[in-house]
Design a protein around this ligand. Structure first.
Ligand SMILES: *Cc1c(COP(=O)(O)O)cnc(C)c1O
Length: 368
């Protein structure tokens, strides 16, 4: 029988923690507290400590985390609808949705083709009189430049959905700017068993504002200082995440081993491997992304040999139909080229290094 190499098999990913997850779920069931409460507060403390930030606020998902940061900044008078936030054009659409949902304008900037992260020079050039913030996205798990924007006087909002656990000499991803949005969607490096997210910040005023906004805008019961939302975190997801957070280093190290195998073994002039980061710790390999000019031919060749692949992402954000009217005429050739050439290979905490070696051998046998 032909071997099959899946991109990601979530049941297998979570299997090692079956008993711990069951025990944590049972704890929540008997507690009788299912939304917010002690379980969520404990998770918030543990997450903040893991990232070296003062506060973590558990919320419903990663998009809401980013959206609540922008909304809180608006409520605090730090920015207003109509202002701009710089966003890389080659991210997942949620990065921009968080901005436009609050009535602000995403200002799309090209990535550096080597890192796929926002190009610092182009980002600086994009700053205008109404620019209030920049949103570096740690795409594919590689830490994006943040420190380089500190002198611009802009709020730095990290989209840390893909890079939990990545670290730099200057601190952990999620604690490199003014606030970070984190996603615990099941496919992320640390995934809940459903939707979940968090805002991480060392700004106490911002943290309190996000806490109020996630709970209808109330600072105390039946007293609403903001016209808020319901973006709370379920206790059962917090309990699942408390288990999985303790394995953060191990799951990321497993991904690093798979990436190292691809780096070592892939040797095909038609396949461009990711550039090496300056610090190995600053990449957690949410995706291992290669570039191939004949992407369709490459993917078909791999699929015929049992290797599943994916494309993150086929359409740059400014080309999405929802933004067509606003940005459809904008030309961002770097983002458009990357969108046409990127291919993600299987990588997860339960991808075997030997599988990465076998996949590499298949890749090396591909000719146009
Ligand atoms: C997953 C993801 C999000 C959104 O997180 P959800 O929890 O799915 O809402 C935002 N930005 C990036 C870069 C992501 O990968």
């Amino acid at each position: 029988m032909k071997k099959y190499y899946p991109m990601l098999d979530l049941a297998t990913v979570n299997a090692p923690w079956m008993h711990e997850l069951q025990a944590a779920a049972a704890r929540v069931i008997v507690s009788g507290r299912y939304v917010g409460g002690e379980e969520v507060e404990a998770f918030e403390r543990e997450l903040a400590a893991a990232l070296g930030a003062a506060h973590a606020v558990g919320v419903s998902n990663g998009l809401d985390a980013l959206r609540l940061i922008v909304r809180a900044a608006v409520e605090l008078g730090r920015m207003s609808p109509g202002d701009e936030i710089i966003v890389p054009a080659n991210s997942f659409v949620a990065s921009a949705l968080a901005v436009s949902d609050c009535g602000l304008i995403p200002k799309f900037v090209e990535p550096s083709p080597a890192t796929h992260n926002i190009d610092p020079q182009r980002a600086r050039q994009a700053v205008g009189p109404r620019t209030r913030a920049i949103m570096p996205v740690h795409l594919y798990g590689r830490v994006a430049p943040c420190a380089e924007f500190r002198d611009l006087g802009l709020m730095i909002i990290e989209d840390c959905a893909q890079a939990l656990g990545a670290s730099t000499p200057g601190g952990m991803a999620g604690a490199l700017g003014d606030a970070a949005g984190i996603s615990f969607y099941p496919t992320k490096n640390v995934g809940a068993l459903g939707d979940a997210g968090a805002v991480v910040t060392s700004d106490s005023v911002l943290a309190d504002t996000v806490k109020a906004l996630r709970n209808y805008g109330s600072d105390r019961q039946y007293h609403n200082i903001y016209a808020g939302l319901n973006c709370r975190l379920d206790a059962i997801q917090a309990a699942m995440l408390r288990v999985k957070l303790t394995w953060l280093r191990q799951v990321n190290d497993a991904r690093r081993a798979v990436a190292a195998a691809y780096d070592r073994c892939i040797d095909n002039p038609l396949v461009v491997k990711p550039a090496h980061p300056q610090y190995a710790e600053s990449h957690v390999w949410h995706q291992y992304v290669v570039r191939v000019a004949d992407r369709n031919g490459f993917r078909r060749f791999l699929a015929d040999r049992g290797v599943e692949t994916a494309v993150h992402y086929p359409t740059p954000i400014h080309r999405q139909p929802c933004y067509e009217r606003l940005f459809g005429t904008q030309s961002l050739p770097v983002s458009e080229t990357l969108a046409a050439e990127v291919v993600s290979l299987p990588v997860s905490s339960c991808t075997a290094v030997s599988d990465a070696e076998e996949i590499s051998a298949i890749i090396n046998s591909w000719r146009r």
